[in-house]
Design a protein around this ligand. Structure first.
Ligand SMILES: Cc1cc2nc3c(=O)[nH]c(=O)nc-3n(C[C@H](O)[C@H](O)[C@H](O)COP(=O)(O)OP(=O)(O)OC[C@H]3O[C@@H](n4cnc5c(N)ncnc54)[C@H](O)[C@@H]3O)c2cc1C
Length: 394
């Protein structure tokens, strides 16, 4: 899907990738604080491939929104095998918090947190889910008691990705317990080194601990860390979630993976026949290709709406559900085509791509759940997108 209307710009992106692309940390590298990652992030920032439309007074590149440029950048990075996750590992900070602060933050909050986040100096985690509040997030019970010019937070968060590496957490707390469920919630920025915070890692089936339990006991945070009005954090939280869902379902990740799958199926043979020539596997591959193309066109539609200042509506609601299922299915096909080699994992001499297909298959299953499960996405599409009757509430 090449757009030739800006060949010079596209060439500029290719030149950047040719010069610096090898500095991109591998997708399997999960450490967020290394000097290499910071250097890479700052290179992207100074060349306008990160924080591109964030105003320069907040440390961004300050470019005007431009659909063609955005598509060219996404396509060229994907074609070079540099996925979204390699571009910016701290998704919670750059893709979720920065746009949320731009929309809801005070001038002081924007100045204080956006530049350091874009430079990779401040790492964020997202403290929404609790043991009793996941899909039904408004059931959250972590308390935020006002004490003079501070909020005193007590409660527990769970599944908090990267909390063990984060400097800050954007967190939902209940500040008005007497208000209706959605009204009494506030969105607050919590320093992770504040006294009273304990982070306990949770293991996943990938063998890694990427998320955590976070216990908060009388954690004191200044009131000026509240984003938006006190008790009106639900709106702020949902804006951040919309950005998360868009980032999680980004079709450029699927594009990079799909290319790698085509290469795998072209290279690998069974009984002298290339896997791509097997009619059953080729059929599955083509279905994924059609799905991918649909997602990429949908993405162009969303970008067009954004540039025009229109709401993308339903187009945006399908991204998380479809995009996350798609990347999972790409890995699933890779595992199937590899037959008995497909189950090898963790250092076997016969594993392919360093076991990345297996790791991605397991990790990406989590992405179908995180940021709102597939079932919840379907409810959103049905109720808000298609105007169908609301699900009966217990
Ligand atoms: C990899 C990963 C990373 C995550 N990172 C974070 C993070 O950084 N910060 C954070 O706050 N949270 C994070 N989460 C948590 C995530 O947001 C929740 O897991 C998710 O919202 C679901 O909540 P739950 O786990 O409590 O499941 P539940 O809400 O208990 O759901 C259990 C099952 O019931 C289904 N279900 C529930 N309600 C309905 C309904 N109304 N209609 C139909 N089906 C329904 C769900 O789809 C699911 O299948 C992460 C999760 C994962 C897997």
């Amino acid at each position: 899907m090449e757009h030739d209307s800006r060949p010079q710009f596209r060439q500029q992106v290719r030149d950047f990738i040719a010069t610096y692309g090898e500095l991109a940390p591998p997708e399997s590298d999960t450490a967020l604080r290394t000097p290499e990652r910071r250097r890479w992030q700052q290179l992207l920032l100074s060349h306008g491939y990160l924080g591109r439309t964030v105003p320069s007074r907040y440390g961004g590149y300050g470019a005007a929104p431009d659909l063609i440029e955005q598509i060219a950048i996404a396509e060229e990075f994907a074609a070079a095998g540099i996925t979204d996750r390699m571009i910016v590992a701290n998704r919670q900070g750059v893709s979720m918090l920065v746009p949320t602060l731009l929309a809801f933050g005070t001038e002081e909050q924007k100045q204080r947190w956006i530049p350091a986040t874009l430079r990779g100096e401040t790492i964020w985690c997202q403290g929404y889910s609790e043991p009793g509040a996941g899909s039904d997030l408004a059931a959250l019970s972590t308390r935020g008691r006002i004490d003079a010019d501070e909020i005193v937070i007590t409660g527990q968060k769970i599944w908090t990705s990267e909390a063990h590496q984060a400097d800050m957490m954007f967190c939902l707390v209940r500040t008005e317990p007497e208000a209706s469920r959605h009204r009494g919630i506030s969105f607050i920025l919590v320093p992770m080194d504040a006294p009273g915070i304990e982070v306990r890692p949770l293991n996943t089936m990938t063998g890694r601990s990427s998320f955590n339990e976070v216990f908060l006991t009388d954690v004191r945070v200044p009131l000026d860390h509240l984003v938006g009005e006190r008790g009106r954090g639900w709106e702020v939280a949902n804006a951040a979630l919309t950005h998360e869902r868009g980032a999680l379902g980004n079709p450029e990740v699927a594009q990079t993976r799909f290319q790698a799958l085509v290469e795998l199926m072209t290279r690998e043979t069974v009984n002298g026949r290339r896997l791509i020539d097997d009619p059953v596997f080729a059929d599955r591959l083509m279905k994924l290709q059609a799905w991918l193309l649909a997602m990429r066109l949908n993405n162009s539609r969303i970008l067009t709406c954004r540039v025009k200042g229109e709401s993308p509506g339903l187009c945006e609601m399908v991204v998380k559900l479809q995009g996350c299922e798609l990347i999972h299915q790409v890995s699933a096909l890779a595992i199937d085509v590899l037959e008995e080699l497909g189950v090898l994992y963790d250092g076997s001499e016969f594993e392919r791509a360093g076991g990345a297909w297996q790791k991605n298959y397991m990790f990406d299953l989590g992405l179908i759940i995180g940021g709102g499960t597939a079932q919840i996405q379907k409810n959103i599409i049905a109720e808000r997108g298609l105007g169908m009757p609301r699900q009966a509430r217990a």
